[in-house]
Write a protein that binds this ligand. Structure first.
Ligand code: AMP
Ligand code: GLY
Length: 436
């Protein structure tokens, strides 16, 4: 039997199925729906937010056959896989096997995210700069590695942990305890310098860098408290070097894609480059095989290219025909509203009332549900993500925080300092530029 292959010319009435139920998927589906060539948007399982403009379908997202069957049944032209778990489970492979275009890494390629050790091997082979590291399976190995690199200590669980499997600490005891709770860990050299998230859309060969973004991983203001999946984000970065996108393509993304092709497991979909800009140059902190959350919410507020077409081209090997991505000449800030208790056990069921979305500020839903009476309630850790957009960071922040302040969510909390420092520095910079 020959496999059917999706057409490489972009259909002008694209039907798109987005897999996932978080803020990232809400933001992606919203941007895809705004593409005039898209005629239908489905989300599985989706959330009450996606139900307001797309059709939600129940599905077990880590069941490759179930997702492929749903896509076939809906007659979808394109499936976009949001989270990492279905990619690692082989969902993209099953969808492609059913003859449907899929934006998402194959099971083999998703190992770049799923296994820190695999990612380190690929980077070493490709000459991509990253932190020195040691793979440890015994307490003795961990102790030796902590000794070798010194404080601050970085200890990473060698498995998927949704951004929460990493401990960065000056306390050797805490580092040892984290390692003791994992089967295998990677102990790393500490990278000093600002962090940047740079997303690369790729068909395996052609790579398009999105604008750089920054996310805020710690739960509290001033970067206090434990790591989370991300409490907020902004883009673009007024302080970043102008050639950052090109340098990340040349030094990180293109060599990694070439190495993945050489191994016979080309990487297609979204290569998330988590970077530290150190005084020795760009260093990779981690790769992910999917859009980052909540950076995606900010990027989707700014992208001006038709996202249905972009992702379809990436899925069908025709990205080279697209040209560069286009962006609005504006800034976006995302503020996450989490449920009390997050990143530990979040309180479920707290009621939520949302203000109307506006042109400059809107709510993206993530961990929400409807209760028996049809009222919106919290149903996860990161519950909502507010997006504000404006001509500069200060305006975008103002829009986001004003909107967040109008949300009634008594059992939720958010950070107050998302993009604050960058907004102040942007004003200082533009002031000093005017003086010159
Ligand atoms: P990861 O899951 O690998 O992205 O790690 C989560 C967070 O831990 C990163 O976003 C960084 O803030 C921090 N981190 C991870 N690795 C390092 C490192 N080698 N040096 C400094 N910070 C790190
Ligand atoms: N914002 C970090 C992540 O998506 O992993």
């Amino acid at each position: 039997m020959t496999e059917t292959v999706p057409p490489t010319s972009v259909p002008n009435d694209l039907s798109v199925l987005v897999i996932g139920s978080g803020g990232r998927e809400h933001a992606l589906a919203r941007a895809i729906a705004a593409d005039p060539s898209v005629s239908a948007v489905h989300v599985a399982p989706g959330n009450p937010g996606t139900a307001s403009f797309a059709t939600n379908h129940p599905v077990s997202i880590t069941d490759p056959d179930a997702v492929a069957a749903l896509a076939s049944q809906l007659g979808a032209d394109l499936v976009v896989v949001g989270p990492e778990a279905p990619l690692v489970a082989g969902v993209a492979d099953a969808v492609r096997k059913a003859g449907i275009a899929c934006f998402g890494a194959s099971q083999q390629a998703a190992k770049l995210e799923g296994s820190k050790v695999f990612a380190k091997e690929v980077m070493a082979a490709a000459g991509v700069p990253t932190a020195q590291s040691r793979y440890c399976t015994t307490p003795e190995e961990v102790e030796a590695a902590l000794e070798e690199f010194g404080a601050p200590h970085v200890v990473k669980d060698d498995g998927l942990a949704a951004g929460k499997g990493v401990v960065v600490t000056d306390d050797e005891q805490e580092a040892l305890e984290h390692a003791a709770g994992c089967q295998a860990v990677v102990v790393e050299e500490y990278l000093k310098g600002p962090e940047v998230s740079l997303f690369v859309i790729t068909d395996g060969e052609t790579a398009l860098a999105m604008q750089p973004a920054q996310d805020f991983k710690r739960v509290g203001d001033e970067d206090e408290g434990p790591n989370t999946g991300g409490m907020g984000a902004y883009s673009p970065l007024p302080w970043a070097p102008k050639d950052l996108q090109q340098r990340v393509l040349d030094e990180v993304a293109l060599p990694t894609l070439a190495e993945m092709r050489r191994r016979g497991t080309p990487f297609t979909g979204l290569l998330y480059c988590g970077l530290a800009l150190t005084d020795k140059g760009i260093r990779v902190i981690e790769f992910n095989a999917r859009f980052g959350d909540p950076e995606t919410q900010a990027l989707m507020a700014l992208v001006d290219s038709p996202m249905g077409e972009v992702l379809y081209r990436a899925a069908t090997g025709t990205l080279a025909e697209l040209g560069e991505l286009r962006w609005r000449d504006e800034y976006a800030v995302t503020v996450v509203l989490a449920a009390d208790g997050y990143p530990g056990e979040p309180e479920k069921g707290g009621r939520i009332e949302l203000p109307e979305d506006t042109e400059d500020a809107w709510t993206i839903q993530a961990g929400t549900a409807l209760d028996a009476k049809g009222n919106l309630v919290a149903d996860g850790g990161r519950v909502l993500a507010v997006v504000g957009r404006g001509k500069d960071l200060r305006t975008a922040r103002g829009a986001a925080y004003t909107h967040a302040g109008a949300i009634d969510f008594p059992t939720g909390f958010h950070r107050y300092d998302i993009a604050e420092k960058a907004a102040v520095e942007q004003i200082e910079n533009s002031y000093s530029e005017e003086q010159q």
